[in-house]
Design a protein around this ligand. Structure first.
Ligand SMILES: Cc1ncc(COP(=O)(O)O)c(C=O)c1O
Length: 448
């Protein structure tokens, strides 16, 4: 039995898989301020045309440009690894595999989309990209991609993460980008939030508003988003396309696929290529894992809402806790988002995807088990998938079943060591939101 299932460089996928082509029914479109489906033209001030086309495309296979494939080769194909150490520790009959996306230069799955996004912007003559970042993984991935493409890059980083992870900020600067803790004084929306509360610790929703304002007010600047939108999930399908090939090589197929879910991009990336088989009748379960402190898919409402706090973005039909929801400061910064990808939301709503939520402490317990048996220290976000995989493996043990589990190791936690220090010192807590908090947050958007 092999520990690592590897592919050759020439097996890097040649196309991205667009799940929209195979959906059982159309998903509800994003809406503009007039309440009508948004037209492509409305997005041109912030996105390049190729990205807008991908966002709206119904073509199943979208070719990956050769230049993008040549950059993917810096770290792709990523290994599929059998978690033999964890299987032994859990004494489970289940086979556990993980796709190791932590081997990219930025340390996560995020460069799978930052590279093509920077590439298409460069082709259109754009000089600078602006973006938000929660945990710092996305900001560093975009800084890296902009450096490769010779673009300037401005990152608005959620203030609490900026303070928790100073070395993520150093990494972003090392790749030549400018970084501001958000809310910042750089934008009118940032100044507005600071006026209301000078100690505002920030949220992804506010940082998105700042980055979007920056792009909309500068001619040479576009905006780049690290999750949620269709084109981002599309780019991430290289994960699942490779994984399918790797399972083919060993003559196996997963019974269940698990990933952490913030905006849904790594989850969509690993699972969508398997939906091609699922839609054709194959029995494969897909499970999203989210934090109990930000339970969008498990306790949010499926309705139209804005993607950011200031209401700059189009309205999207998704599971949401309300765009003003301020999640507690848990360490999985990338999972602190009030909404979710409309595609992921549709799949959950229609019973095609399961969703569970887990506590912060059980997540870190899972992370330590994984670090101690497989060696890699996972990002707190990725540890949610590890907890999900442990739940499945222990169920298999109880049922005496030999099932095959695949989870996405979306990133390493080498810049999250203060979170590990706090966990080891017994300083971390569980945060479960109350029904009343969710009701209040949702009632504040009831007029939309
Ligand atoms: C390592 C890692 N995993 C998962 C996520 C969640 O994002 P998404 O749901 O878009 O994959 C993030 C977001 O920052 C991340 O950094």
């Amino acid at each position: 039995m092999e520990k690592k299932i590897l592919l050759e460089e020439n097996e890097i996928p040649k196309y991205w898989y667009n799940i929209l082509a195979d959906m059982p029914s159309p998903i509800d479109p994003p809406l503009g301020p007039d309440g009508k489906p948004i037209a492509a033209d409305a997005l041109t001030p912030i996105f390049p045309m190729e990205i807008i086309k991908q966002e709206m495309s119904a073509q199943a296979e979208i070719p990956i440009p050769e230049e993008v494939r040549s950059y993917y080769a810096y770290w792709r194909p990523t290994p599929l690894i059998r978690a033999t150490g964890m299987e032994r520790a859990l004494k489970t009959p289940a086979k556990i595999y993980f796709k190791n996306e932590s081997v990219s230069p930025a340390g996560s799955h995020k460069p799978n989309t930052s590279v093509p996004q920077a590439y298409y912007n460069k082709l259109e003559g754009i000089k600078r990209l602006s973006t938000e970042t929660g945990a710092g993984q996305w900001g560093s991935a975009l800084a890296f991609a902009c450096k490769l493409m010779n673009l300037e890059c401005t990152v608005y980083m959620v203030k609490v993460s900026f303070q928790q992870k100073p070395y993520r900020a150093s990494m972003i600067r090392t790749w030549g980008a400018t970084i501001w803790p958000s809310p910042s004084n750089q934008t009118s929306v940032g100044r507005e939030f600071l006026k209301k509360d000078p100690d505002n610790s920030g949220s992804l929703g506010i940082a998105i508003s700042e980055a979007a304002e920056d792009a909309a007010t500068h001619e040479d600047t576009h905006y780049s988003l690290g999750s949620v939108l269709n084109h981002v999930l599309l780019h991430q399908t290289v994960i699942g396309l490779e994984a399918k090939k790797q399972f083919e090589k060993i003559g196996e197929y997963p019974d269940v696929i698990i990933a952490p879910c913030g905006g849904g991009s790594n989850l969509g990336g690993i699972s969508f290529p398997f939906y091609r088989d699922k839609f054709a009748g194959k029995n494969v379960r897909i499970v999203a894992v989210e934090p109990k402190s930000c339970p969008t898919l498990t306790r949010g409402e499926f309705r139209y809402d804005f993607g950011d706090s200031a209401g700059f973005t189009p309205l999207m039909k998704m599971f949401t806790l309300g765009h003003n929801y301020a999640p507690p400061s848990i360490h999985a910064g990338g999972l602190r988002y009030h909404g979710d990808s409309p595609i992921i939301s549709y799949l959950v709503k229609n019973g095609l995807m399961e969703a569970i939520s887990v506590d912060q402490l059980e997540t870190f317990e899972a992370a330590l088990l994984f670090a101690g048996t497989e060696g890699i220290i996972p990002a707190p976000e990725s540890a949610h998938a590890i907890r999900g995989a442990i739940i499945e493996a222990l169920n298999a043990k109880q049922e005496g079943k030999e099932k095959t589990i695949l989870f996405n190791m979306s990133g390493h936690g080498n810049f999250d060591m203060s979170a590990y220090d706090d966990y080891l010192a017994g300083k971390l807590h569980n945060y479960e939101v109350t029904d009343e908090e969710i009701r209040q947050s949702l009632s504040s958007i009831s007029s939309i």
